[in-house]
Design a binder for this molecule. Structure first.
Ligand code: SF4
Length: 347
């Protein structure tokens, strides 16, 4: 990993992002917060090229000529190192197109035609990267392409109508796994996306939310400095699909880690990784019902009680659904054990 001067978070927060106002992302969408922060981390004196697969973060931010929410500053920067380019492609191809750009830039550098370095960042949703494009993703990682891959995880194909994706929490109600009297929503366990990225040979793998801004921007910097493929999975609460009240996006992102459903995980190749913002002791961990109960996609299992707190009262499990809640909790216990093993696992 190339060592770069570590930038204090306060300084990072004042950097110029490449994500501008004007997108049509839902108000309260975590993706816009992620883009703001990734954009700041790329303001590091190196020209940035983005690739965007099809997902909410693309259709709501790059819809020429009406919506273009990308670019650094109000005018094209004069310095090459500050400039920003973006290429849209289809659902599954953001990592592959990024790899092609990386190879082309390296070739132009070898030929002396490109005098300054460029950094390449691929952005996709979980539907594009882990369902339609899983093969493209793993092959790009396996070829050790020197790019940063960002995968925004909202557990759906959100922009096509909230169909199930392989990251979906068990028993989630989705357009293709609706909850009813006989089937209580999605019956599959989520894919182990962190394990897949590590086993394909990624040089850096993180699962981290902008709700933990220091860890998030540090992970972005490490990814951009990685000499092999770096992958950042960003758990991204989706206010429209998860159906929760406005103002709770960051709270839910934190609960996703603290309950162990999407724990913060950081691993650099050759070094021991770590889990953070989650207890490995089930007795000390926040129960999953805290994360599930504010979201109407889980209201067939659990709801918030009527408490005095503006955040609602204690979760109340729907009678007869104790088994499903226990099963989600058991999956979390199992997944955390696997992730703990992966903190010491290198290809
Ligand atoms: S549908 Fe969900 S992921 Fe898409 S823009 Fe709205 S909140 Fe964000």
């Amino acid at each position: 990993m190339t060592e770069r001067k570590k930038i204090p978070y306060k300084e990072m927060a004042e950097k110029e992002s490449c994500f501008r106002p004007g997108s049509t992302l839902c108000v309260g969408c975590m993706e816009s917060i992620a883009f703001q922060n990734i954009g700041r981390a790329t303001d590091n004196g190196i020209k940035t090229i983005y690739t965007l697969g099809t997902f909410c973060g693309e259709v709501s931010t790059l819809y020429w000529p009406d919506v273009i929410a990308w670019g650094r500053g109000d005018e094209s920067p004069k310095e090459f190192s500050k400039s920003f380019s973006i290429i849209h492609n289809v659902f599954e191809s953001a990592p592959t197109v990024a790899e092609g750009i990386r190879d082309t830039a390296d070739l132009l550098t070898d030929l002396g035609a490109l005098k300054q370095p460029v950094q390449v960042v691929s952005n996709s949703g979980d539907g594009g990267a882990l369902v339609i494009g899983l093969r493209s993703l793993l092959h790009t990682i396996q070829r050790r392409s020197r790019i940063t891959i960002v995968v925004l995880i909202n557990e759906f194909f959100a922009n096509t109508g909230f169909q199930y994706a392989v990251t979906a929490t068990p028993y989630a109600d989705t357009a293709t796994t609706p909850s009813g009297d006989f089937i209580p929503g999605n019956l599959s366990e989520p894919i182990n996306h962190i394990g897949l990225a590590l086993m394909a040979g990624a040089g850096f793998v993180a699962q981290v939310s902008p709700a933990f801004p220091k860890e998030f921007t540090e992970a972005c910097e490490k990814a951009l400095a990685c000499p092999e493929t770096a992958v950042i999975f960003v758990p991204s609460p989706c206010i429209t699909g998860w159906k929760y009240e406005e103002g709770r996006t960051v709270e839910l992102a934190r609960l996703a880690s603290e309950t162990g459903l999407f724990p913060t995980f950081i691993k650099e190749k050759g070094k021991e990784g770590f889990l953070k913002h989650v207890s490995l002791d089930p007795a000390r961990r926040t129960p999953v019902t805290r994360f599930l109960s504010p979201q109407r996609r889980f209201h067939h299992l659990v709801r918030e009680g009527k408490g005095d707190s503006p955040k609602g009262g204690e979760p109340v499990v729907i009678e007869g659904r104790e088994k499903e809640i226990a099963s989600i909790q058991q999956w979390v216990d199992k997944n955390l054990k696997i992730l703990k093993c992966l903190t010491t696992w290198d290809v």
